[in-house]
Ligand binder design. Structure first.
Ligand SMILES: Nc1ncnc2c1ncn2[C@@H]1O[C@H](COP(=O)(O)OP(=O)(O)OP(=O)(O)O)[C@@H](O)[C@H]1O
Length: 279
C-alpha cells in the first residue's frame, strides 16, 4: 500500500488545493457565558434496566473533566449519548447554546465539533505518522482524494504543530505500526486534533501505558485543555490524581459526587461505592 501511494503521489500533479482539507469551525456553536456541554435529566433504559438515570452534567468551555465510577456506572453510555450512538428516553443534550445533540446523528455530531477517542488505538499502521495526520485532516473525504491533494504550507504547518503537541516529531516519517502503544495513543489523539474538535471525549487513554508514557499523556491532556474542552473517562486513580482536574463520580447512571479529586476521595458515599481501600 505504501509503495502504491508513493508512486501515485510522485506521478500525479498535486497542485490542486482542496477546500475540504481545512477544518471549519461550526458557525452554530455559540457558548457565550454558558456551558459548552449541557446534559439535563437524561435517562436511558435497556430492557427495563436504567443505565442512565436522570443524569445532569454541565461542562464549561476549556475544562478537563475526569469521569470516574465503578463498572456499569454508565460512563460509556453517557459518552454514547453525547456522540449520538445511543438516543436517551428523556432529557436534553445541548452543545453550546444552539446545537441540540438529540436532533442529530453521529456524523452530524462529529461534524459539529465533538471528537471521540476510544480505548483501543486505530491508526493506519502502514502509513507514516505524518500521513495518518494528513488523512485525519480530511476526515471522511476518502483516502485517495486526500493523498492526491496538495498540502498548502499552512496545512503542513498545522500537521507539524500537532506532531509537536503529541511529541512525535522524531517519528514523523515512521510507519504508525512501528510506534509503541503509548505513541499510537498520542497519534490517535493527534488525528482527532486535526479535525479541530471543540470537545474531545477520551476513553481510558493510559490503559497499558508505562509510567513515563502516562506522565506524558497527562501533560498532553492538560496542555490541550483551555483551547479544547476534554471529557476523560478513566479508571486509573493515580493518573486522575496527577491531572488534578475537576472530577465527576458516576454511580448507577447518576452523578454521585463532583469536585476536586481530594474532595471526592474524602466523600464517604464515593469511598463506599467506588474508591474503597484505594482512597
Ligand atoms: N446496549 C446495551 N444493552 C443492554 N444493556 C446495556 C447496553 N449498554 C450498556 N448496558 C448496561 O448499562 C450499564 C452501564 O454500562 P456502561 O458500559 O455505560 O458502564 P461503564 O460505566 O462504562 O462501565 P465500565 O467502567 O465497565 O466500562 C451496564 O449495566 C451495562 O451492562
Amino acid at each position: 500500500m505504501t509503495n502504491v501511494v508513493d508512486f501515485i503521489r510522485q506521478t500525479v500533479d498535486r497542485d490542486h488545493v482542496y477546500d475540504f482539507m481545512m477544518p471549519q469551525q461550526n458557525p452554530m456553536l455559540e457558548v457565550g457565558q454558558g456551558f459548552l456541554l449541557y446534559l439535563e435529566g437524561i435517562s436511558v433504559s435497556f430492557d427495563g434496566f436504567k443505565a442512565i438515570n436522570d443524569l445532569n452534567l454541565y461542562i464549561k468551555e476549556g475544562e478537563l473533566r475526569c469521569i470516574i465510577g465503578p463498572n456499569g456506572a454508565g460512563k460509556t453510555t453517557m459518552m454514547d449519548i453525547i456522540t449520538g450512538k445511543t438516543r436517551p428516553d428523556t432529557g436534553q443534550a445541548w452543545f453550546g447554546q444552539k446545537i441540540n445533540l438529540l436532533e442529530m446523528d453521529e456524523p452530524e455530531i462529529a461534524q459539529a465539533g465533538i471528537g471521540r477517542k476510544f480505548q483501543k488505538p486505530t491508526v493506519f499502521e502502514l502509513q507514516s505518522v505524518f500521513c495518518n495526520l494528513e488523512l485525519a485532516m480530511a476526515g471522511d473525504k476518502g483516502v485517495m482524494p486526500t493523498l492526491l491533494a496538495r498540502l498548502t504550507p499552512s496545512q503542513v504547518d498545522r500537521i507539524d504543530h500537532v506532531l509537536q503537541l503529541i511529541g512525535l516529531v522524531g517519528q514523523r516519517n515512521l510507519p504508525a505500526g512501528a510506534l509503541s502503544h503509548g505513541q499510537k495513543q498520542w497519534l490517535e489523539i493527534g488525528m482527532l486534533l486535526m479535525q479541530s474538535p471543540k470537545l474531545l471525549l477520551v476513553d481510558e487513554p493510559v490503559a497499558g501505558m508505562t509510567h513515563q508514557e502516562m506522565d506524558r499523556t497527562g501533560e498532553l491532556l492538560t496542555n490541550l485543555a483551555g483551547e479544547h474542552t476534554i471529557i476523560l473517562v478513566e479508571h486509573d486513580m493515580d493518573f486522575v490524581r496527577s491531572i488534578a482536574s475537576e472530577v465527576t463520580v458516576l454511580h448507577q447512571g447518576s452523578v454521585l459526587a463532583e469536585g476536586t479529586m481530594q474532595q471526592v476521595q474524602s466523600n464517604p458515599k464515593v469511598v463506599e461505592v467506588y474508591l474503597g481501600a484505594e482512597a
